[in-house]
Design a protein around this ligand. Structure first.
Ligand SMILES: C[S@@+](CC[C@H](N)C(=O)[O-])C[C@H]1O[C@@H](n2cnc3c(N)ncnc32)[C@H](O)[C@@H]1O
Length: 470
């Protein structure tokens, strides 16, 4: 306690430059902080942590080399996650858990404070626990080493095998035998809905979109952003806003009044732009998982609106079942990698004739029936009289008879015709439902190739899910 008091006294004598004074704005996730009485971000740290962070910022700001300054600022944002009073101790892993370990702001009754500098373990060459500068810097070094020699991990007989990706490297410039090699890397800090990519210019798009309202990214990121903004103090415009919140963020958010239609329209806008920027037949690959079936509807709509077809869906491990992020939440332990491609134009007879006509008709009929009964339900509950036509019925005055005439064909005020596109949209949703219902929360092994069929091996049973019918 004496040491803590000493740190408190030192902080009181400092004139802090980098400790943010920002208030915590209201939000779906920050509401929890308000309920616990936190009004400003700085209240989430104790005095000793504030002193350590302020002094760290001063050292970083004093670095002459911009690259080193920026690298250290990146490390500071990682450090912040561990140097605050919302961190808890994980008695199984014997280390502190960072503030975002459950992708939210959970407030625990017992906090855990990590040593600011970290405790290197000389014998093992690693660091004790988590959350100190030495831990964060080691992580950064590993990331940089990965950029120089990227690899994949293959699981073989219960063991992990590192498979180098030969010839690959991540970065702008490197030297091989003293000869420079360069790559052009462009980073944009903006909403993907505004990308200005040239048409047919991309070989692939790989993305990891938000999972509807699962995580409030901006509300969480503001916790680090308010510090970085003061530290960066730059004129690039990147830190102009006082918050990372943005009306174009593609997340469901009750306070920001962003619902499923915002998410759907946004995702469809991004997919459309990416599809236009992809070369013909090149893949748009994305991961998605959610334990609410409705969150998959926007994905189906976005794929269809972009004129793409799903050529494979590959289940893979999401965060581990025992992970603190999802343990006990009922979330899926399975992520799905969706591979989509542009299809070009397809003549009508391919869709309606062999070999898929049988599948198409039977599924389309099912979807049509459920759509019709939903419409009947709505009209009946609203007390509206209607006439539902029979299949292939001829109605005078109509080339093709509508599905519903309100109130009747003798005095038609409104006609309802369900066109194929709506049915197709629903159809896709049904396919996605099928996959989810089949795999939700179960263990699996994967045997899938990108050829139009997702082949999944589930507890010994092979199930083929036909995805690219249309
Ligand atoms: C599932 S996370 C991706 C996480 C990332 N793969 C990683 O490992 O850190 C989704 C990301 O999409 C970002 N996002 C949300 N709306 C966006 C938009 N309109 N444009 C671009 N990115 C957006 C979120 O801020 C979040 O970082």
């Amino acid at each position: 306690m004496a040491r803590y008091e000493e740190a408190s006294g030192t902080l009181a004598r400092l004139n802090p430059v980098y400790i943010p004074g920002d208030e915590i704005p209201p939000g779906d996730e920050t509401a929890r902080l308000h309920r616990w009485g936190y009004r400003r971000y700085r209240e989430m740290f104790n005095d000793r942590q504030l002193l350590g962070l302020e002094l760290s910022c001063r050292v970083i700001a004093g670095q002459a080399d911009e690259k080193i300054r920026n690298a250290l600022a990146t490390n500071l944002s990682d450090l912040l996650r561990y140097q605050n009073m919302l961190c808890r101790y994980d008695p199984m892993a014997l280390k502190s858990l960072d503030i975002f370990s459950v992708h939210g702001f959970p407030v625990g009754l017992i906090q855990c404070e990590s040593n600011l500098l970290g405790i290197p373990d000389g014998r093992k060459g690693s660091n004790v626990g988590s959350g100190g500068w030495s831990n964060i810097i080691s992580k950064y070094e590993r990331a940089k080493a990965y950029c120089e020699n990227p690899f994949e991990i293959r699981h073989q007989g219960g063991r992990k095998k590192i498979v180098p990706v030969k010839g690959e490297w991540i970065g702008e410039k490197r030297f091989v035998s003293n000869m420079p090699e360069e790559k052009s890397v462009e980073l944009y800090c903006c909403s993907s809905t505004f990308s200005g990519l040239p048409p047919a210019s991309l070989d692939a798009v790989m993305t990891d979109p938000p999972y509807f309202a699962n995580v409030q990214y901006a509300e969480l990121m503001d916790f680090c952003y308010v510090w970085l903004r003061r530290l960066a103090g730059d004129n690039s415009g990147v830190f102009d806003k006082s918050s990372t919140r943005d009306e174009n963020e593609l997340t469901g958010n009750i306070i920001m009044e962003r619902g499923l239609s915002h998410f759907t329209e946004g995702l469809a806008a991004v997919f459309k732009k990416m599809a236009a920027a992809l070369k013909q037949g090149a893949p748009l690959v994305f991961t998605f998982h959610h334990n609410t079936i409705e969150a998959y509807l926007p994905v189906a709509v976005a794929i269809l609106d972009a004129g793409l077809t799903c050529s494979a869906s590959i289940p893979c491990s999401a965060e581990m079942g025992a992970s603190i992020h999802i343990n006990g939440t009922g979330s899926s332990v399975i992520d799905t990698v969706f591979v989509c491609r542009s299809t070009g134009s397809v003549s009508r007879h391919i869709i309606v004739s062999r070999p898929f006509a049988g599948h198409r008709d039977s599924v389309s009929e099912l979807v049509g029936d459920s759509l019709e009964s939903a419409i009947e339900d709505v009209l009946t509950r609203a007390g509206i009289s209607y006439r539902k036509t029979k299949r292939a019925e001829r109605i005078a005055g109509f080339d093709q008879s509508p599905d519903f005439i309100i109130p009747s064909e003798f005095n038609p005020q409104v006609v309802i015709e369900m066109n194929l596109e709506h049915r197709l949209r629903l159809l896709y949703c049904h396919f996605i439902y099928a996959i989810l219902e089949t795999f939700g929360g179960q263990s699996y092994t994967v045997n899938a190739v990108d050829h139009g069929f997702g082949g999944f091996c589930l507890e010994g049973t092979i199930i083929l899910v036909f995805l690219s019918l249309f």
